[in-house]
Design a protein around this ligand. Structure first.
Ligand code: IVH
Length: 670
């Protein structure tokens, strides 16, 4: 064996021991889980190839680190193992084949999947039904006694809830994951910011840190919860498998995760692994994969354990959703409503399987609260709830950097930037600002009118040429003008002109949506169109009358009335009316009585099988109302890819159920 192999194995062991210590004892990991896993896998591959290298002390044999001496040490009643992981469909199937080979080839195997909670593992001991001791995992054999801290967590059962006449088991050890809900995590970090303290990098870290406080009063203030996912030591419980064990535990008051699923084939497990990667955003806690367990205890026993990792279980882990990269520049885009939207240009980096080179930065206040500066190394996150976000800088800042300031003048038209009292967004007040006009046009052709073959690039080009500066200009374009432009042949030009002409027949609500009235999304546009029936009635409406429309509060009503009071806007409407666009409600706006009458839905994010409009149309076709904003009256929030963070958190706070696209389909089929 080459000396270099031995050398490398030695290096890897030293690094892993160090990382274990930082992760488990100090709660201050230096590397991402992903990086850790990579080192771990490399060492394991080396040891498999050269078995003479493997030592019983190797970190591949022992996951975790010796407990710190801050707490009393306790020995677990049975060792707390860890899980081997797979991260591809292929790996999953290879494991299933191995399971098959080790069992009799034709006996059925049932699997249970459950979310892999990104928290801190604990063991809880119940004696005669009472919680007597709880410990962290430590090195799997001995952990830290954190009983007093665990007692402050309300989700931890102080005493088992036993069915009438049932005697409590003399000893029962349950295993679970203490975690911090995302909502609580955000609040905690806000509090840390307000108190000038260092924020927690992620919920798992926050949970582990909170659990290992020397003062239980501090733990008590932290929003911690627990999911119980199995048993350790127990004596003669009436369960034949994991699924029954979970049911048994649930029936006795333990908090088990409702998203555990039973599967009778590995194909079904594979589908769950794909489905939950998408659905993880529905949860108010972080999961980094699924845990897959062979259900039958008898089969589990026959499969056995290798080192401390059961052959009967695997963790299916997804690609990480965070990464580090360099923030190259902070740019400003002036949106179609005049808001100045800062965004980060990043050195391209892969986050959760997607290359990210830009991220939203929200507003000046947020940038400075997070202390993000140009040239910083930053952590980028693709949390389920947002388009890539910059979580924060990896300090220290590069030398000579300054806190971010919004420009005082609009970068496009030079108008003085304003920031209305009580608002967080800076705005360009100039209604004729080039960017606003251009962005409005892009919004018109793409989102509102959806004109085939006429997109952002087309509009930008015509804008630059001075051929189109407003919506009416678009309808006066001729084929000849287009042919005169480079790259437009007769056919293409004729098609574009025809598509533009056709768009005149788009329903009233889409025209309203396209007009770029402040805060009028397509749902509000539809509700306005339906309520008033025609542009004349809408233009004549007072603020109070507008407020009667579904989903419109006083502020929005005022903004809408104000918009229609401006001469330029009235002129624009008249011009479009003369050009023959639709300004009367028709079939598309008609309310329907149906099985969903009385219910009200909000849609957020991108759906796979429908556009949001189609989904809304399908819902309203069955009598449901579709609104733009979540309130306590919302029946359900339908969540697609990259949903809006505020809608999601509002729904969670208001206890509004979250629905997936599949749920929507079922709803529509009913
Ligand atoms: S079962 C033999 N189920 O993942 C270990 N573990 O890498 C059996 N975890 O230490 C563990 N969610 O802290 C199991 N639903 C779940 C889990 C889960 C998170 C953690 C646990 C364990 C680690 C294994």
């Amino acid at each position: 064996m080459a000396a270099s192999v031995e050398q490398r194995a030695h290096e890897l062991r030293e690094q892993l021991v160090r990382h274990n210590y930082r992760y488990y004892v100090l709660d201050e990991p230096e590397v991402s889980d992903f990086e850790y896993d990579r080192l771990f896998d490399e060492l394991r591959a080396l040891e498999e190839e050269h078995p003479e290298l493997a030592t019983p002390e190797s970190p591949t044999r022992r996951v975790g680190a010796a407990p710190s001496d801050r707490f009393q040490k306790v020995e677990h009643l049975s060792p707390m193992g860890s899980l081997d992981k797979v991260n591809t469909d292929e790996g999953l199937r290879k494991w299933a084949d191995d399971v098959r080979k080790r069992l009799d080839s034709d006996e059925p195997v049932v699997y249970v999947t459950e979310p892999k909670i990104d928290g801190s593992a604990v063991s809880l001991v119940y004696e005669h039904g009472a919680f007597v001791r709880g410990a962290t995992r430590g090195d799997g054999i001995r952990g830290e006694d954190v009983t007093t801290n665990l007692r402050t967590i309300r989700a931890i059962l102080p005493r088992m809830v036993l069915p009438d006449g049932e005697a409590p088991p003399p000893v029962l050890e349950v295993r679970g994951e203490v975690y911090m809900p995302l909502s609580g995590f955000r609040e905690l970090n806000e509090r840390f910011v307000a108190e000038g303290k260092k924020t927690a990098p992620n919920p798992r870290n926050a949970a582990a840190g909170s659990l290992r406080q020397l003062n239980p009063a501090i733990t008590a203030e932290r929003p911690l919860s627990i999911w119980i996912h199995g048993m350790g030591h127990h004596e003669g419980l009436p369960a034949n498998g994991h699924w029954e064990a979970l049911e048994w535990l649930r029936a006795r008051g333990f908090r088990t995760n409702p998203h555990a699923e039973r599967h009778d084939s590995i194909e079904s497990v594979a589908r769950a692994c794909v489905e939950w990667e998408r659905r993880r955003i529905e949860l108010d806690y972080e999961i980094d994969g699924l845990v897959i367990k062979v259900d039958s205890f008898e089969q589990q026993r026959r499969l056995g354990v290798l080192h401390d990792r059961p052959r009967w279980a695997r963790a299916y882990k997804w690609a990480p959703m965070t990464a580090q990269t360099k923030l190259l520049r902070i740019h400003i885009r002036v949106g179609r409503t005049g808001n100045l939207n800062p965004w980060a240009q990043l050195e391209p980096v892969e986050v959760g399987g997607v290359t990210v080179s830009t991220a939203t930065l929200h507003n000046e206040e947020d940038i400075n609260r997070k202390d993000i500066r140009e040239a910083d190394t930053v952590i980028v996150q693709r949390a389920g709830d947002v388009i890539p976000q910059v979580v924060g800088p990896v300090l220290p800042h590069a030398r000579g950097t300054k806190a971010f300031r919004m420009p005082e003048q609009c970068p496009l038209c030079g108008a003085g930037i304003v920031k209305p009292e009580g608002e967080v967004m800076h705005r360009c007040p100039n209604p004729k600002c080039e960017s606003r006009g251009l962005e409005t046009l892009i919004h018109w052709v793409q989102a509102a009118m959806d004109i085939e073959g006429v997109g952002e690039q087309f509009v930008r080009r015509l804008w630059r040429q001075g051929l189109v500066t407003s919506m009416p200009d678009l309808y006066r374009l001729t084929k000849e003008q287009l042919v005169a432009l480079d790259g437009y042949g007769e056919i293409l030009a004729a098609k574009a002109v025809e598509a533009i002409e056709e768009s005149k027949a788009r329903p009233f609500y889409r025209v309203l949506f396209g007009l770029n009235i402040p805060d009028v999304g397509w749902v509000t546009a539809r509700n306005l169109a339906r309520h008033f029936g025609s542009i004349d009635r809408l233009m004549a409406a007072t603020q109070e009358e507008i407020q009667e429309v579904e989903g419109i509060g006083p502020e929005r009503a005022e903004a809408i009335a104000k918009w229609f009071a401006e001469d330029d806007n009235v002129a624009l409407v008249r011009e479009l009316l003369d050009l023959g666009l639709t300004f009367e409600a028709g079939e598309a706006e008609r309310p329907v009585e149906g099985p969903l009458t009385g219910s009200s839905y909000v849609i957020t994010g991108t759906l796979e099988r429908f556009s949001r409009e189609e989904a809304a149309a399908a819902l309203t076709a069955q009598g449901a109302k579709v609104s733009d904003s979540v309130s306590s009256k919302t029946t359900g929030l339908i969540v697609g890819e990259e949903p809006g963070a505020s809608k999601l958190s509002k729904a969670q706070r208001a206890g509004v159920p979250l629905l997936t696209e599949d749920d929507l389909l079922k709803l529509l089929e009913r």
